[in-house]
Design a protein. Structure first.
Length: 178
């Protein structure tokens, strides 16, 4: 008797599941869901292929130097590269003298401590230093950027799915307002 009761309860739940599925399928077909803003305004991103993609990919030194120039002239005002040292610019094709000159002329000074007095001071960066942050702290960064903290760009391509394509689509995806 208990088995028969359990069978009827299971049959009831299975029947209820089938009825619910049929009602849901009919409702979905007869009344499709309303379009959300994401579906209405979403554009398929541009396809991106780069010279460094694939197993035989290579980096073009001139393109890398141009990218650093864009960072230096545009992005460095807000974004940091806290995990990149000036000496890493040698990997972009700069020689040692150029790396030293870039570090010495960098507009943001490196925080330091005066060994004689122990007071905080600043100094010109050297190739062993990491790129200094453009803001003293997150509060200053948020105050200067409409209450948003600009992300550090040193690991951006590793932190995002399809990293370099993500950055490319982000930078080229802006359009003029209609």
């Amino acid at each position: 008797m208990v088995r028969f009761g359990a069978f009827l309860v299971g049959l009831f739940f299975a029947g209820w599941l089938v009825v619910s599925f049929i009602i849901g399928a009919v409702a979905y077909v007869s009344e499709p869901p309303a379009a959300t803003a994401e579906h209405e305004f979403h554009l398929t991103p541009k396809h991106a292929s780069f010279s460094f993609d694939g197993p035989f990919g290579h980096y073009d030194k001139q393109q890398l130097q141009r990218g650093f120039q864009v960072y230096k002239e545009v992005c460095a005002a807000c974004h940091s590269l806290k995990f990149v040292a000036f000496r890493d610019l040698a990997d972009l094709g700069y020689n040692e003298a150029e790396v030293k000159a870039i570090a010495r002329t960098w507009p943001i000074k490196t925080p330091d401590v005066d060994p004689a007095t122990g007071e905080a001071s600043t100094r010109d960066p050297v190739p062993a230093d990491h790129f200094p942050k453009p803001f003293a702290n997150n509060v200053a960064a948020a105050a200067a950027n409409n209450n948003a903290i600009p992300p550090d760009l040193s690991l951006m391509t590793k932190a995002r799915h399809h990293g370099s394509a993500y950055v490319y689509r982000l930078l080229t995806g802006y359009q003029n307002q209609p």
